[in-house]
Structures are given as C-alpha cells and as structure tokens.
Design a protein around this ligand. Sequence first.
Ligand SMILES: [Zn+2]
Length: 252
Amino acid sequence: MSTGTGTSTSTRTRRVSRRVSRPLTTTLAAVALAATGTLAAGTGASASASADAGAGPARAAACNGYVGLTYDDGPSGSTPAVLSALTRNGLRATMFNEGQYAAANPSQVRAQVNAGMWVGNHSYTHPHLTQLGQAQIDSEISRTQQAIAAAGGGTPQLFRPPYGETNSTVRAVEAKYGLKEIIWDVDSQDWNGASTDAIVQAAGRLGNGQIILMHDWAANSLAAIPRIAQGLAARGLCAGKISPQTGRAVAP
Ligand SMILES: [Zn+2]
C-alpha cells in the first residue's frame, strides 16, 4: 500500500501547487497539514484578494445609470486618503497612474486594486505626447504597462493621454497595446484650483455613461468625495467601471 499512498500525496501536491503560488516551504507546510486533514487545500490563498470593495451605502441603492470617476497622476502620498474616502462612501473609480509613480509606489497600486478600483495607464512621465515621435510615445506607454503590471495592478486596458492631448500617432501606439483611449465628458477643473463646491457641482452634471476628470493629488477633490457620493445617490447614479470596449461608464 505504500505505493498507493505515495501516488495520492504526489497528486495532492501538484493540485496545491497549481492553485496556490506561494514559497515552496509554505506550500510544503500546507501539504503536510492537508495530509493530516486539518487544512483544506487552498484555504487562505485568496485572503489578500478579498478586499471589501464597494461595500457602502451607495451599493445598496438602485442604479439607474453609471458614471466614471477618474483620478489622474497617482499613485502618491495622497492615494491612501483618496482610497479611504472612496471606500467609506461606497464609490469605485478608475485611477490613471503615471508609470514613474507606479514604479516608485508599487504598494499603492496594489492598494488601489485591493480597494476595488480600476487601474489605467497615464504615460510614464506625463509629457505632451503630441510633441513626441512614435518611438518615444511607445516607450511612455509600454514602460507604464510594465510598471503597473509589475506592481500588481494588472495590464491596463485604458489609456488617458496627459492633458487629453492625442493624435493619430498616439492612437496607433494605443492600438498596438490594446488600449482604449479615455478622455472625459466633464472636467472638474480641480487641477485649476476649483473649489470643493465647484467640483461637487461638476459631478452633478454627469449623465449616464459619462466620465469626470479629477486628480489623485487635488485636496478639494478629496474633500468633495462624500458630497459627490450623496449627489449621485440622490440621482440614482452609481460609480461604474469604464468599458474598454465602448469607453463609457458601465456597471462594474
Ligand atoms: Zn495627468
């Protein structure tokens, strides 16, 4: 019977290894515990992915439509506060990250994902892309794809060109990387010193499927989050994801 036992253990080891990507010592310990029947294979493997995303008051309300909240230029030291405010108010958003900051703050990229946010590409160094040649544009976009993926943010499907500036060369590079170009319908003007009131009012102009531009670093946009949530809920609108197919805000 020793041969049969060996086969069974080997099968179980392969199954656990496939399901869980962990250091070998951890996997072996799990196998040992599983063999004694005290631990189901795979238990705990997805604990880090079970973020309490979107659990908030707005989640329970009926959604008659969806809007896309976007925060550009992160991740930064402001990101934890933005994520906390969004989560507390039951909102999800798309974070258009700069590659240079994703590389410098990979833990904040993971925090964005764990908070239920979507991560897009906003170039590596935030240049005026329309003033660059195709090779430089390619470098800006490809390095950002790599930096975000390396940080654990997945491979972005959405691209927002800095300043909303685009042309046929930029669009050709976007197409090469399978990226959907996303500009905006409503500019909060938070980059231009807009007050919290003005930012709340801007969000109040969003219709179903539309997208608003805000920034990770803008203190007034952070302060506006609770009132943006209240305003959307009062209009039966929910914060959605941006479809890589249509570029419009849709149900998550
Ligand atoms: Zn920007």
